[in-house]
Each structure stands twice: as C-alpha cells, then as structure tokens.
Design a protein around this ligand. Structure first.
Ligand code: HEC
Length: 126
C-alpha cells in the first residue's frame, strides 16, 4: 500500500473517531429529565432565570419580571404557564432554542426540557 494511502486511511479514521466523540458529547448534554422526579421551581427553574433572563426581565425592566421573588407571580398573572396544554406555554415556547421568536436569549435544550417538565407537573411554586 502506498504511504499516501495509509495517511488517507488514518485521516478518514480520525474523522470517524471525531464524529463519534462529538455525538457522544452532544448526547450527554441532553437532559436526563425523569418526569417522575419532581422539579423544584426555586432550586431548578429560578437559577435558569437568574443566569439568563433577569438582565432584562427585572423590576422596571421588560415584563415578565423573572427575579426570584417575583417570577412565580409574573408567570401566573401573565398566564405564561398553561398546565392543560404545557407545550403551548409561553414561558416554554418563547425562549425555546427551536423558536424563531425572542432572539434576545434562548434556553438550552436541557433548560427548555426542565421548564416543560415543571409545567407538566402542575407549574407549582415549590
Ligand atoms: C436581552 C434582554 C432579554 C433577555 C436576556 C431575555 N429576554 Fe425575554 N424578552 C425581552 C424583550 C425585549 C421582550 C419583549 C419583546 C419580545 O416579545 O420579544 C421579551 C419577552 C419575553 C416573553 C414574552 C412575554 C409576553 O409579554 O408575552 C417571555 C415569556 C420571555 N421574554 C422570557 C424570557 C426568558 C425565560 C428569558 C431567559 C431565558 C429571557 N426572556 C431573557 C428581552 C430579554
């Protein structure tokens, strides 16, 4: 076999290896959300708002106010969580990574999944 062919094979093999590794990491980023385990609004949802949303959604800023003390009431009062049709909830759809709206900021796929599960579990202030 010609030397250049060996290099080519190594190159292809390297690509394959890379592809596998990449898939594996992407898989791992997907949420291990177990719908039978209760999501806590205060310890799992609020931290997402803190990290990604309150720069704009704060008292005196753009509604809804998503700061820790006001987030639950804002979501309730603005009807952003629909427990009868969770997938239509604005708090889930609006900053969803697959949505074309709200280009300001998006959830990661894992965060969106957490928010959806929280709504499916009744959108509780827990
Ligand atoms: C850079 C500023 C900014 C950030 C950060 C931001 N938003 Fe927004 N958001 C806006 C603005 C401005 C609007 C109103 C205009 C629009 O509808 O896009 C809005 C609208 C919304 C609405 C619709 C409210 C309604 O009246 O129906 C929701 C829900 C929302 N944001 C959720 C979030 C969530 C959740 C996060 C964090 C993941 C977030 N936003 C981060 C600026 C921001």
């Amino acid at each position: 076999m010609k030397k250049s062919n060996i290099y080519f094979l190594l190159f292809v093999f390297g690509l394959l290896l890379n592809a596998c590794t990449y898939d594996f990491i992407a898989e791992e980023e997907l949420p291990p959300v177990d719908p039978t385990v209760t999501i806590s609004f205060s310890t799992q949802i609020i931290p997402i708002f803190d990290a990604k949303c309150i720069a704009c959604h704060k008292p005196g800023g753009t509604a809804p106010d998503l700061t820790a003390t006001n987030a639950y009431n804002s979501i309730k009062n603005m009807n952003l969580a629909n427990t009868t049709a969770p997938e239509t909830s604005l708090i889930y759809t609006y900053p969803n990574p697959t949505s074309t709206m709200h280009t300001w900021k998006k959830y990661s796929a894992a965060e969106a999944q957490l928010v959806l599960t929280w709504i499916q579990q009744g959108a509780k202030n827990n």
